[in-house]
Design a protein around this ligand. Structure first.
Ligand SMILES: Nc1ncnc2c1ncn2[C@@H]1O[C@H](COP(=O)(O)OP(=O)(O)OP(=O)(O)O)[C@@H](O)[C@H]1O
Length: 270
């Protein structure tokens, strides 16, 4: 099967400083892959490169094909066509994806309208509203009428992340990139959002690139992981084998840190 995202020999630099070096990673349709590593290891840079969102000051070399289209050096026009359709991104802080001055219903309606038009359908007010309701339902947002008429700051962090997920789903992307989507949330909300993402990815058959520094979180939603250290892939494999029998010292350290954290939580009864 042709990969949906195929990264080969990716180099990302800020001036002389290498941020990501010779990275290769491929995701087939419907596959769920985790990209893990400590803060600053280059996970977000990789995701931004894949969607052409890196600032102009950052240089990129190598090859990234997304749904068969070369992303490195692609024009804004090409990337605008790919974004949402081939891949949509959910970020750590949903406020970055939301317009603070626009009611949530209208924000979800925009990608819905674009997608209906893209698919040759009629974006009538009724069709758009129906789909906004469906999406709100899908991401299990309570009190839909209130949510639709609220501004982002009037709902909770977990609800905002559900709105951001609904907006990504509205595009019906082939690949969902979730960049630390639960890091800014409390533990209970984190678990709920993970469950939701897992369920939606399975239901829709979307591929998933899940970015996190948190091993237990990644292990819940992906089949394969790639471990990044200082922008270099040090280990890759099935979740069970990488976490069960880590080959690289760095992965061992991450696994051990997660285990100690779990034990500490257990000891405090949390
Ligand atoms: N605009 C920028 N210009 C130069 N360097 C940058 C820029 N943005 C990020 N970096 C650097 O790139 C490296 C990788 O950052 P990146 O955000 O990809 O890490 P990460 O693994 O996603 O970390 P985190 O989990 O904290 O988000 C870091 O050393 C960071 O300081």
């Amino acid at each position: 099967m042709t990969p949906l995202l195929d990264i080969k020999g990716l180099d990302i630099r800020a001036g002389d400083k290498p941020l990501v070096s010779d990275l290769s990673l491929s995701i087939r349709p419907g596959e769920r892959i985790g990209l893990i590593g400590e803060s600053g290891s280059g996970k977000s840079m990789t995701a931004m490169a894949a969607t052409g969102l890196l600032p102009p000051s950052i240089t990129v070399a190598g090859s990234i094909t997304l749904d068969g289209q070369q992303v490195v050096g692609a024009t804004d026009r090409v990337m605008n066509r790919l974004r949402g359709v081939a891949a949509a991104v959910v970020f750590q802080e949903p406020l970055t994806a939301l317009d603070p001055l626009m009611k949530i219903g209208r924000q979800i309606a925009e990608p819905v309208r674009r997608r209906l038009e893209r698919d040759g359908g009629k974006a009538t007010k009724e069709a758009v509203q129906r789909e906004v309701r469906d999406l709100i339902d899908k991401v299990a947002l309570p009190q839909p009428d209130r949510i639709i008429n609220s501004y982002p700051h009037e709902v909770s962090g977990g609800q905002r992340q559900r709105v951001a997920i609904a907006m990504a789903l509205a595009c019906r992307p082939k690949l969902l990139i979730a960049d630390e989507p639960t890091t800014a949330l409390d533990v209970t909300t984190q678990a709920e959002i993970l469950k939701l993402l897992d369920q939606l990815v399975r239901e829709t058959g979307m591929a998933l690139l899940f970015i996190s520094h948190d091993l237990p979180v990644v292990a819940q939603v992906v089949e394969r992981v790639l471990v990044l250290k200082n922008g270099i892939a040090v280990e890759e494999g099935l979740v069970g084998s990488v976490f069960g029998k880590p080959q690289h010292n760095y992965t061992r350290t991450l696994v051990e840190a997660a285990r100690l954290f779990d034990e500490a939580l257990g000891a405090t009864g949390s």
